[in-house]
Design a protein around this ligand. Structure first.
Ligand code: NAD
Ligand code: UFG
Length: 338
């Protein structure tokens, strides 16, 4: 029996593949490589010494997906595939609704046809919207998303909840990630954004490696200890561990469950910048600029449910994440193109 990993060539997917293989799972990866390279799978094989099928497939291509489910004995799906750039989603909403929601519907259709009723889904802290104060917990009502990307996560969560409510044989695990950072400790896989990074950590590491001149810190007038935005930065390896335990739980418990995956600690932009400088010894010049539209002041998780139910807790800190990011960045300044 194998686990199908959609979007498994991407940043979080490839790291999770390593942890799944190390936990002794069989995996099959599908990806359309719209935001990744098949080279990440090669690195996953190098790291783990294990082989697995990597199939170029868009999850909206039901015929091809059907072939994958026919060829392999799939027992569950971890569903990472999707578009994730917040700003781009505002200018290209249809692409986001089609790829993320349309793709998920097609995937579920094929899963159902093959009697596979277990799915772990990559959701996001963005579904908490702007209406609650951190720490966010799973009991808080989701909604009030501020961009089409966030809305796709909200809608997909609802679709999966409805499916689990309609058919008691389904297991659905909705994992709400906070801010994933870091890279595999080997420095062989990590985040490789196309063009100018939208997210803080890849921007910091590209400044550190000399690809960008300086970081713009988006606002220092928030109601936070140093005025800069506060987020819950979780090491991607901890996130990957979270998927392995969430998968095991979903394989044994029916119904829909939601888990925050974060550290429970808020870290400001400037704290992360200084942690990077301290951990790596490399300078990161920055300037303070205007706030970025749509940003909230503070976001961090209440992770007590994941700890209680899954027995999972983040083990790595931001200094580990900075060191690992830097190892990946300096060995691969151009990502998988190197
Ligand atoms: P990523 O872009 O590195 O990985 C997504 C992968 O999905 C890529 O390899 C891409 O090529 C693939 N893909 C996209 N559309 C596809 C399609 N239609 N068919 C097949 N493959 C497709 O992103 P990531 O950071 O690894 O994120 C993985 C998931 O986690 C995404 O669903 C993302 O929305 C979610 N998430 C990410 C973050 C974050 O900050 N990185 C936070 C919360 C949630
Ligand atoms: N920031 C800067 N300069 C930059 C980039 C970011 O100051 O160049 C600041 C932001 O203003 C924010 C913090 O750094 O205060 C973190 O910003 P990111 O863009 O790294 O992360 P966000 O919290 O805005 O969003 C991320 C993902 C979303 C996801 C959300 C919650 O991009 O997809 O986390 O999981 F929904």
């Amino acid at each position: 029996m194998a686990v199908l990993v959609t979007g498994g060539a991407g940043y979080i997917g490839s790291q999770t593949c390593v942890h799944l293989l190390e936990a002794g799972k069989e995996i099959v990866v599908v990806d359309n490589f719209s935001n990744s390279s098949p080279k990440s799978a090669k690195a996953v094989r190098e790291i783990t010494g294990k082989d697995f099928p990597l199939i170029e497939c868009d999850i909206r291509d039901t015929e091809k997906l059907d072939e994958v489910f026919t060829q392999y004995d799939i027992e569950a799906v971890i569903h990472f595939a999707g578009l994730k750039a917040v700003g781009e989603s505002v200018s290209k909403p249809l692409e986001y609704y089609d790829n993320n929601i349309g793709g998920t519907l097609k995937l579920i259709e094929v899963m159902k046809k093959h009697g596979v009723k277990c799915i772990v889904f990559s959701s996001s802290a963005t579904v908490y919207g702007e209406r609650h104060l951190a720490p966010f917990n799973e009991e808080m009502e989701a909604g009030g998303t501020t961009n089409p990307y966030g809305t796709t996560k909200l809608f997909i969560e609802q679709i999966l909840k409805d499916i689990a409510a309609a058919d008691s044989e389904w297991s659905v695990s909705l994992l709400r990630y906070f801010n994933p950072i870091g890279a595999h400790i080997s420095g062989k896989i990590g985040e490789a954004p196309n063009g100018i990074p939208n997210n803080l950590m890849p921007y910091i590491s590209q400044v550190a490696v000399g690809k960008r001149e300086k970081l713009s810190v988006f606002g220092n007038d928030y109601d936070t200890p140093d005025g800069t935005g506060v987020r819950d930065y979780i090491h991607v390896a901890d996130l990957a561990d979270g998927h392995v335990v969430a998968l095991d739980r979903a394989l044994s418990v029916k119904g829909c469950e939601i888990f925050n995956l974060g550290t429970g600690k808020g870290v400001s932009v400037l704290q992360l910048v200084h942690a990077f400088i301290e951990a790596t010894g490399v300078d990161v010049p920055y300037v303070i600029t205007a706030r970025r539209p749509g940003d909230i002041a503070t976001s961090y998780a209440d992770c007590s449910k994941a700890e209680k139910v899954l027995g999972w807790k983040a083990k790595r800190d931001i200094f580990d994440a900075c060191r690992d990011t830097w190892r990946w960045q300096k060995n691969n300044p151009n990502g998988f193109d190197d």
